[in-house]
Design a protein around this ligand. Structure first.
Ligand code: CP3
Length: 328
């Protein structure tokens, strides 16, 4: 297997850094849009042949150094028998929404997401690059399960039941990630995307301890990359739970982050998604500058600071990947 990503996670010296992109499969790709004309997002996620096909698209079209399973962090709600949908407007919806502490206490894990594990097994027979599995951070998933916009007031009004929900989600997430690893994923990324909504004290109470439990349970089995929005503002707290890697936004340069984060933790990032909207020449120049500033540094995975946006030109993304891979 092409193992550049796994070696970067171990901070081995490399000929060049590996590159993959968050949301590397998706609407900016004509091949993906063609499938979406025929199938709903729900169908793509639930049908192993289709989710495998979408997972492979960026590997074939862009030549990235890793595949990320085509699924969503919110499918985990189905474990509790809840329904996930993606209406055209207003973002993903999980129903019925949690409204009271009694709703939390009534949640019981009852389904396993076997379609995800089937897709993973299928992909592993076809891929030459590592396959990344993933899950959402408990706080982020909880905020989608609770009535829209009510998560922060729930924390204020009834922290005890909020902690019960987070503990339950942590337990289910650990089992889900373990099953992904048993099915064949080579590493996982945990997306606590919305943890940036929490203030410092809340972050230390309602996000970090649960992320730490996940890291401790999963890391003996496979590397764990941790992603939060604005992670560079919290590099110290996030480093304290010692994931294999931290995924960073673009607020601080990578070479500064490399100095701030202990060398035992790899770092991932950090071009702004808008960078891929500029001209091919400018993209090449930006890549060259970054590679120069990181020369000789170990434990670095090239990525964006957040996902590829739907209006990004595919040619620019392909050019970006090629610039990283060809500029030794
Ligand atoms: O990165 C990849 O290519 C793998 C697939 C992936 C999806 N969602 C597919 C998806 C991953 C890793 C996710 C994670 C995810 N999902 C996060 C964490 C990462 C982040 O962006 O902060 C969150 C918060 C979600 C929840 C979610 N799913 C939202 C908010 C939306 C709607 C917004 C949007 O971009 O349309 C989704 C839908 C979704 N999940 C799409 C994709 C490709 C939209 C595609 C479509 O409509 O065809």
């Amino acid at each position: 297997m092409h193992d550049l990503l796994l070696r970067a996670l171990k901070s081995e010296p490399l000929e060049r850094p590996p590159v993959w992109l968050m949301r590397q499969a998706g609407r900016y790709m004509p091949e993906y849009r063609k499938l979406r004309e025929r199938y709903s997002l729900e169908t793509l996620f639930h049908t192993p042949d289709l989710s495998s096909e979408v997972t492979l698209q960026p590997v074939e079209i862009l030549g990235v150094d890793a595949a990320i399973l085509f699924s969503d962090i919110l499918v985990i709600a189905e474990v509790f028998g809840l329904t996930l949908s993606f209406p055209d407007k207003g973002g993903p919806r999980i129903e019925p929404a949690l409204k009271t502490a009694a709703d939390v206490d009534a949640l019981t894990p009852q389904k396993d997401l076997s379609y995800v594990f089937t897709a993973i097994r299928q992909l592993k027979t076809q891929l030459q690059v590592p396959l990344i599995g993933f899950a959402g951070g408990p706080f982020t998933v909880a905020s989608y399960m609770i009535e829209k916009g009510k998560a922060l007031s729930w924390i204020q009004e009834d922290p005890t039941s909020f902690h019960r929900l987070l503990a339950l989600l942590t337990e289910v997430t650990i089992s889900y990630l373990k099953e992904q690893i048993y099915a064949g994923v080579d590493l996982v990324q945990v997306f606590d995307s919305w943890a940036n909504l929490l203030d410092e004290a809340q972050f230390h109470t309602f996000s970090l301890p649960y992320l730490q439990q996940i890291v401790q349970a999963i890391q003996p089995l496979a590397p764990v990359i941790l992603f939060c929005r604005n992670s560079s503002l919290r590099h110290e707290s996030l480093s304290s739970i010692a994931p294999s890697a931290l995924s960073f936004d673009w607020h601080l340069p990578m070479h500064t982050l490399r100095k701030l984060v202990p060398s035992s933790i790899a770092i991932q990032g950090n071009f702004p998604p808008e960078f891929l909207h500029s001209t091919p020449d400018h993209i090449q120049q930006g890549v060259e500058e970054l590679l120069r500033s990181m020369k000789g540094q170990r434990g670095w995975i090239v990525n964006l600071g957040h996902g590829v946006t739907p209006d990004t030109p595919v040619d620019h993304v392909r050019h970006f990947v090629a610039c990283i891979q060809n500029n030794v």
